[in-house]
Design a protein. Structure first.
Length: 344
């Protein structure tokens, strides 16, 4: 178990900058683009060279580590700066492998965000980026847990970030990941078709083993590959038996339901297993779906534990204090994760 102390987030909704906001930004052409920050922490001569994923990651991460030095940086991303990678590959063709601009290549590597944060903060500690598609952020969480078991006095920056790449969106849409018909965010869960809407964003967390003044605690994290809905039910039973005290219950389920009718059975079996006492919350109508979206879900959960009355955008009708929140998500039906977030 370890604790979250500070958070920062950039996403499509104003609520990530102002949790008290009840304004909901709608998807445009089945995409929820993150709201650009002012990026004041990034020098202008550096900012103009950066792709969106790198900008979001640096802005959120630097806002935390500039005030609170850390012993290492652990991030998760599925695609990194994929848009810059495509630009570089196009330049190879355009300039016939002649004089190429190295900036696009440098910023397209998946570890560019963590590397830039390390350079900007002069941090020479542990610096790693996990790239495991829909479990990239979850593997970053597991890495943090192991690090803190070994170095309990350390503090780390944990984060997840991904962007909408025009090229990757086209490929994923052809593969059926995104809906072929255009729908609004409000129609996402009433849709009876396959696919979802795209999203992007970045969320960062300062974590350590110190309970004092913590915002939330991570009590458990578990990942699975290619289970059936029946297997997920059993996995949920085992997960709660291991991490949730017998006299406690899950107050809120943050469900990763994304409007893809093929994946509904996974989310339904979890909600049924937890029972009517657990409030089910959906968030992908606010964020869209992308491989590291659980980082944004963890931000929501942390803020909700801090003040359940100060997140009107979630529209959760829950009375009383919230102690335990379960995050469940599946990426394309083959990568699954449970994260248990509790009051410290």
């Amino acid at each position: 178990m370890f604790y979250i102390h500070q958070t920062a987030c950039i996403s499509a909704q104003p609520a990530f900058a102002d949790p008290a906001s009840d304004h909901v930004a709608a998807a445009v052409d089945n995409k929820l683009y993150a709201i650009d920050s002012n990026y004041d922490s990034i020098p202008p001569n550096v900012l103009r060279r950066l792709g969106k994923a790198v900008k979001m990651g640096i802005a959120t991460g630097h806002s935390l580590i500039s005030k609170h030095p850390v012993d290492g940086i652990v991030l998760g991303t599925a695609n990194g700066g994929l848009e810059d990678c495509i630009k570089f590959l196009n330049q190879i063709i355009e300039f016939e492998e002649g004089r190429l601009t190295p900036t696009n290549f440098v910023q397209s590597t998946t570890n560019a965000i963590a590397g830039q944060l390390g350079i900007m903060s002069s941090n020479k500690g542990y610096n790693i980026t996990h790239v495991h598609r829909g479990l990239a952020f979850e593997n970053a969480l597991i890495d943090i847990e192991m690090l803190l078991n070994e170095y309990p006095s350390n503090t780390y920056l944990l984060g997840g970030v991904d962007e909408i790449s025009a090229y990757n969106y086209t490929i994923e849409k052809l593969a059926g990941t995104y809906k072929s018909e255009t729908i609004s965010s409000a129609q996402l869960f009433s849709s009876q078709t396959t696919g979802t809407i795209a999203g992007e964003g970045a969320a960062m967390f300062l974590v350590n083993t110190n309970r004092l003044n913590a915002a939330a605690a991570i009590k458990g994290i578990k990942t699975y590959n290619n289970p059936s809905p029946e297997a997920i039910k059993k996995h949920l039973e085992d997960f709660l038996a291991k991490h949730l005290p017998q006299n406690e219950k899950i107050d809120v389920l943050f469900s990763g339901k994304n409007g893809d009718v093929c994946l509904n059975s996974f989310y339904e079996v979890c909600a049924q297993q937890l029972g009517k006492e657990t409030t089910v919350c959906y968030y992908k109508q606010l964020t869209g779906d992308f491989p590291t979206v659980t980082a944004l879900a963890l931000w929501f959960a942390t803020r909700f534990i801090e003040d359940s009355n100060n997140l009107p955008v979630l529209n959760i009708k829950k009375t009383g204090a919230v102690k335990n929140i379960l995050l469940y998500n599946t990426y394309k039906g083959y990568q699954h994760s449970f994260i248990l977030v509790s009051a410290p």
